[in-house]
Design a protein around this ligand. Structure first.
Ligand SMILES: *[C@@H]1O[C@H](CO)[C@@H](O)[C@H](O)[C@H]1NC(C)=O
Ligand SMILES: *[C@@H]1O[C@H](CO)[C@@H](O)[C@H](O)[C@H]1NC(C)=O
Ligand SMILES: *[C@@H]1O[C@H](CO)[C@@H](O)[C@H](O)[C@H]1NC(C)=O
Ligand SMILES: *[C@@H]1O[C@H](CO)[C@@H](O)[C@H](O)[C@H]1NC(C)=O
Ligand SMILES: *[C@@H]1O[C@H](CO)[C@@H](O)[C@H](O)[C@H]1NC(C)=O
Ligand SMILES: *[C@@H]1O[C@H](CO)[C@@H](O)[C@H](O)[C@H]1NC(C)=O
Ligand SMILES: *[C@@H]1O[C@H](CO)[C@@H](O)[C@H](O)[C@H]1NC(C)=O
Ligand SMILES: *[C@@H]1O[C@H](CO)[C@@H](O)[C@H](O)[C@H]1NC(C)=O
Length: 409
């Protein structure tokens, strides 16, 4: 295919309604490619009253590099690239002309000819002078796991459609829309499996066990080993499998003063909340990665009752002369889970005479010991127990199952 440049004058093209402005007002000769157009790189389409109007609109818009003009309908299409013989060639289209912005004289933009607006902006002339206004969103972004399918323009309200695919990625169609408020493409994203519900939706036949999930709260990019429980039920739920060292102790014994009101003695009482338990797994809300402190599904009770994960408490009077083994504690250990409890969280006393006796967080933030009690009272975390990615740990691939969303493979 040969591309040829033709200069627009009345001789070649008799004045019709759409070329009229060209015939009368064009002082310089501006080249156009006749009966050709560039497809697929539209910023926007709009009806224009003449070739000059179309050209002018391209000249004032920073992102416009070329344009197509339909001589029959007056349709103007602004393009965000220049045609390129190898990648994006011109195609034949009777009655359409194509032109490059650089070939057109700037004078037709009047006051705007001296104004350089930023990308996505266009220059407009106002009573006072000129102004740059946001008009388009530019090239739609590359989306992780998304294949761009359809794009009809890059102006406000236009839509870019992608299909998502990849091993742990949901097969779905998502749309981004060019926002007139921000000039950015906004909307969906391709998602990797982020919850046990997703594991079910992704493909069938999975049973309870460890899975690699990508919680949204970590940007859907960090892989986390999560145990899916009741996976075949209507309501699967998420747990973190813990190593040894996740246990609570609420003593059944109590320190009380002797008759002298100075010394003290330890007596055994059956306390309502007393008990000791070990958490093999702890429940987690996968949306927020906050621990469900009172989920006892995988807590083994040694004796007595369970206690919320992280709370250390007792019901014992404190006295230097008393037996300190009557102190409540909670020990947490997230070593090798790939997660740590948010290291900024502190434990605060609650209840009657609640007092923190000892607190220690290991340097890697994986082991936390809280010794605390009151009469009755104890210590609780000041906020929800949020889990964070442990930057020091990379877990082996084979510790959990990679979920494939590609069905029937
Ligand atoms: C793209 O589609 C939207 C919605 O259908 C429409 O408003 C817009 O004018 C179209 N843009 C182009 C350049 O065809
Ligand atoms: C065509 O466009 C591609 C990028 O889209 C560029 O790499 C290449 O240099 C261009 N070729 C010509 C001849 O302009
Ligand atoms: C024009 O200038 C006047 C005074 O300089 C100002 O108050 C007004 O906001 C300006 N209008 C525009 C559209 O910029
Ligand atoms: C932006 O678009 C919304 C709907 O798409 C419309 O209601 C609103 O008026 C627009 N705002 C501007 C500043 O154009
Ligand atoms: C979840 O599993 C437990 C046993 O581990 C069972 O008692 C419970 O009914 C299950 N829940 C649902 C919603 O299936
Ligand atoms: C925490 O777990 C790790 C890994 O299983 C173990 O080596 C360590 O002894 C545990 N720490 C405590 C205090 O239980
Ligand atoms: C109990 O603990 C306190 C402070 O933690 C200490 O001063 C005291 O000596 C301990 N008493 C006994 C009997 O161990
Ligand atoms: C705190 O814990 C670390 C490791 O778990 C231990 O090495 C350190 O001695 C402890 N600190 C105190 C004051 O007990």
């Amino acid at each position: 295919m040969t591309m040829y440049v033709v200069y627009v004058f009345a001789v070649l093209y008799p004045c019709n309604v759409y070329l009229q402005l060209t015939c009368t007002a064009l002082s310089n000769i501006n080249p156009v490619y006749i009966n050709q157009k560039l497809n697929g790189y539209t910023i926007k389409k709009f009806p224009a009253e003449g070739l000059m109007i179309c050209a002018r609109e391209c000249l004032v818009q920073t992102n416009c590099l070329s344009f197509n003009f339909d001589l029959t309908s007056g349709g103007c299409e602004l393009n965000r690239i220049e045609a390129n013989t190898s990648n994006s060639p011109l195609v034949s289209m009777i009655g359409t002309v194509y032109a490059l912005k650089v070939d057109w004289v700037n004078e037709i933009t009047e006051l705007c000819q001296h104004v350089n607006c930023p990308p996505k902006y266009k220059c407009i002339v106002e009573l006072n002078g000129t102004k740059c206004v946001l008009v388009d969103c530019g090239e739609p972004p590359i989306i992780m796991f998304g294949n761009k399918e359809r794009l009809n323009g890059t102006a406000f309200g236009d839509t870019a459609t992608y299909t998502c695919s990849g091993v742990e990625v949901f097969s779905e169609v998502i749309n981004l829309q060019c926002s007139n408020l921000t000039g950015e493409w906004e909307g969906g994203r391709c998602r990797r499996v982020a919850s046990c519900e997703d594991v079910k939706l992704c493909s069938s036949g999975h049973v309870d066990g460890e899975y690699w999930l990508y919680p949204m709260v970590y940007g859907n990019t960090n892989r986390v080993k999560i145990y899916c429980h009741n996976l075949t039920s209507e309501a699967p739920s998420e747990y973190i499998t813990l190593p040894q060292g996740n246990e609570h102790f609420y003593p059944a014994s109590e320190n009380i003063y002797n008759e002298d009101q100075i010394t003290c003695k330890t007596v055994i009482r059956t306390k309502l909340r007393a008990g000791s338990s070990v958490f093999d797994k702890v429940g987690v809300d996968v949306e927020t990665m906050v621990i469900r402190q009172t989920d006892y599904q995988f807590a083994q009770v040694d004796w007595g009752l369970n206690s919320p994960y992280g709370d250390a408490r007792d019901c014992s009077l404190y006295h230097p002369l008393c037996d300190n083994s009557t102190v409540g504690y909670f020990e947490m250990n997230t070593t090798n889970t790939g997660l740590v409890i948010d290291p900024t969280i502190e434990w605060l006393p609650f209840g009657w005479a609640g007092q923190l006796k000892y607190f220690n967080r290991s340097s890697a933030n994986t082991v936390i010991e809280v010794v605390c009690g009151g009469y009755c009272g104890g210590c609780k975390p000041q906020s929800d127990l949020r889990l964070q990615i442990d930057p020091d740990v990379a877990l082996d691939d084979n510790l959990a199952t990679t979920v494939s969303c590609i069905s029937n493979v």
